[in-house]
Design a protein around this ligand. Structure first.
Ligand code: DAH
Length: 345
């Protein structure tokens, strides 16, 4: 082995290394080129390991050549690294760039269902009159839904034809702690009156909104599920005049100050006397709600002394009122989920 041949070889290895380092297209390729040309297993390192076998002069000369080659390669690697890192950062910034001139994606604005909206409008009026809002379960005992509301077991409303039972009465029914013989989907919001009276002491001024269920055949004015708002006032000396005054104020707030109203005698098991309230609308009288003075038996079932307290109550159908407010002829439109209809209101 001659000196010249060996330093030539170092020069050749250096040039090959420089070419590889400069050609690296990304940082991974650069790392690979560095370990191939500068690493422990590189040809240059192998040549370096032979230095010990040379005499002093040769070793000095070749050693210098190797060191110079290593330095050049390290410099070339560092220079290429700076370039490749800058390139990587440029790409990353470009990929993460946000175009602030793009138009924003505006989420579709929803709104309350017209029935819900009517419900809230009515509740707003009642809250303004000093009522608070209470809710009860949709799955109810027959005791809360009927017995406690002075509606005896043989009442036609309790038949399977009118009421949707969860546990139908089959003669085997368990009698619950409260005297219930069955579980049903509440047919009215009136059972929440009982729950409210049992839970709180008068004075009570409570509005009770919610869904109710009846085994009705669906048509333009009937759905098996609809909405009611129940009102209950219990205090020391309430009279029928308070009932009339409250309902006239509420109806006017909802339907307009000049709405024509009429009270008509009626019968409900849970009130005595009872009445219905009609509004003149679209050229005819529309029934708005049923109402009356709370029956003493109902106060008793609610745990209150009928000699100490008197109350009035009413129950109104919300869906029909929403029909009136939006001038809609068919209740079924409310539950068909056709956005073209709902958005047109
Ligand atoms: N619960 C009755 C119904 O569904 C409506 C009603 C009438 C409620 C008179 C009352 C009331 O509180 O006093 O038809």
């Amino acid at each position: 082995m001659t000196d010249t041949a060996t330093t030539d070889e170092v020069t050749r290895l250096r040039d090959a290394g420089l070419a590889a380092l400069r050609a690296a297209g990304d940082l991974d390729e650069l790392d690979a080129a560095r370990s191939a040309h500068l690493g422990k297993k590189s040809a240059l390192a192998q040549v370096q390991r032979t230095l010990g076998q040379l005499d002093d002069d040769q070793r000095r000369e070749l050693g210098r050549a190797i060191n110079a080659a290593r330095e050049e390669l390290a410099e070339a690697e560092a220079a290429r690294r700076v370039e490749l890192e800058a390139e990587r950062d440029r790409h990353q910034l470009a990929a993460e760039a946000v175009d602030v001139t793009l138009p924003p994606r505006v989420p579709r604005q929803g709104r309350l269902h017209p029935v819900q909206e009517t419900m809230e409008a009515m509740l707003d009026v009642l809250i303004g009159l000093g009522y608070r809002v209470a809710e009860g379960p949709e799955v109810e005992t027959d005791w809360h839904n009927f017995d406690a509301l002075n509606t005896p077991p043989d009442h036609p409303a309790r038949s399977l034809q009118d009421t949707i039972y969860v546990h139908p009465i089959d003669g085997q029914a368990q009698v619950g702690e409260d005297g219930s013989t069955g579980i049903l989907l509440r047919t009215q919001t009136s059972p929440v009156q009982i729950r409210t009276m049992l839970a709180q002491d008068p004075p009570l001024y409570v509005a009770m909104p919610g869904r109710v269920f009846r085994a009705d055949t669906t048509d333009a004015t009937h759905l098996p599920m609809f909405h009611q708002i129940e009102g209950l006032a219990v205090d020391r000396d309430l009279s029928f005049a308070d009932l009339k005054g409250s309902l006239v104020v509420a109806a006017r707030a909802l339907l307009g100050e000049d709405v024509r109203l009429r009270f008509r005698p009626h019968f409900f098991p849970f009130t005595e006397p009872s009445c219905e309230l009609d509004a003149w609308y679209g050229g005819k009288w529309m029934e708005l709600l049923g109402a009356g003075m709370v029956h003493p038996n109902v106060l008793t079932a609610g745990g209150l002394d009928p000699d100490a307290y008197r109350g009035f109550a009413w129950g109104m159908g919300v869906d029909r009122l929403a029909m009136l407010r939006h001038d809609i002829g068919d209740l079924r439109l409310f539950v068909e989920n056709d956005l073209r209809f709902l958005e047109s209101l």
